[in-house]
Design a protein around this ligand. Structure first.
Ligand SMILES: CC(C)(COP(=O)(O)OP(=O)(O)OC[C@H]1O[C@@H](n2cnc3c(N)ncnc32)[C@H](O)[C@@H]1OP(=O)(O)O)[C@@H](O)C(=O)NCCC(=O)NCCS
Length: 124
């Protein structure tokens, strides 16, 4: 992906068991930003470190191929406490609370939590 990052994790048999991707808007004012980070791991393969490994590769790819990226952002529903805790471990910080943004299958609403990772010394 020329203007973003997309990585997959595969099992020994070659099937895809995890994925992470993020994109750039293409606008100059956001040219240092990767947005809409999304990660998912096959339920049968969770709690084995796959998401952590994907993010290690994700940030390595940014450092190697996209050194101008100094900000990465995502949004996670508030009830996804495991994911939010994981993102905090990776250096993402909660940047607010979007009240009622998510509509659940039962018709209830919950907040979405915007999170950002900022490189302390951006490459210019
Ligand atoms: C969130 C998700 C990507 C984690 O994938 P994973 O491969 O199981 O994660 P890892 O094994 O690499 O664990 C990374 C960390 O996430 C946290 N974590 C993951 N699953 C967790 C759970 N069920 N309960 C508590 N913490 C959890 C832990 O902090 C863990 O670190 P640790 O094992 O050192 O304690 C996976 O559960 C998933 O695909 N969920 C559905 C999609 C989703 O919610 N994506 C995020 C949308 S914002």
């Amino acid at each position: 992906m020329a203007d973003g990052v997309a990585l997959v994790a595969t099992a020994m048999n070659g099937i895809v068991v995890g994925e992470v991707h993020a994109s750039s808007s293409g606008l100059f004012c956001f040219s240092h930003v990767l947005t809409d980070v999304t990660v998912a791991v096959d339920p049968d393969y969770r709690r084995q470190g796959i998401a952590r490994s994907l993010f290690e590769s994700f940030f390595a790819e940014i450092a190697k191929r996209l050194p101008h990226i100094s900000r990465v952002e995502l949004i996670s529903r508030e009830s996804n406490t495991a994911a939010i805790h994981f993102y905090e471990q990776l250096g993402f910080v909660r940047e607010g609370r979007l009240e009622g943004r998510i509509k659940n299958m039962d018709g209830s609403f919950e907040a979405d939590i915007p999170m950002g990772w900022n490189r302390t010394s951006p490459t210019r």
